[in-house]
Write a protein of this length. Sequence first.
Length: 252
Amino acid sequence: MKLLKEETNNGLMIWKINRPEAKNAVDFEVIHLFEKYLDEIENRKDIRALIITGSGGSFCSGGDLEAFHGLRTAAEARTMLLPMNKVLRRISSLSTLVITYVDGAAVGGGAELASAGDLIYVSPRTSLGFIQGKLSLTTGWGGAALAKEKVGYGRALKMLVSAERINSEKLLQTGFADGTAYTIDELIEKIDWPVSAGIIKKYKHHLKNYKVMDNMEEEAYLCSEMWESEEHHHAVESFLRKKNEGKGWKKS
């Protein structure tokens, strides 16, 4: 299963992307599983918190370029961008508390997924970056709008246009990350707060800026326009060629 799900006995649900061989990249099957699990959790009143994380030492490397490289036009790109954009909007608007636990690399769409958490926890080995610009793209899943909500306009813009990978210490300093945990078990201990799911729901409804959802959706269309550019396709081909040669993508 590419997206694992489990529950604890104290009202926590854990979703773990399980594609370690692809650094937990998102493909169409993962999107479908997110949609399926969201249908379930949206109807649950007993879940106090949802933790989203990854397996095998990575959080998420974004969209699976090998799976999505066949999408050439803006219209074709939207068949992936809009569903995953909707997934992040649904995650962000859940009445349940959402915590993204970034243990390892979270790049491209992975940084966007991390941004969907109400709270973001990182491990010491975290490396997060909105590297879409290196592929001649903008964010397409709603991550820019979410980052702005998290750290403000200036810091979010710097994260986006620098396309740099940021370590856990700096993520904490900027306020993007809310805390650290060496393991998911340690995280669970840290968030064992004595409040009910109903209390959490009330606070989220009161504090959440739901207007951000419109800005998130707009990102999918902006990204799709750039997706069909020759610059983007050349950048992806170069990335895949280096990957197949075993060189990988160089860090900033």
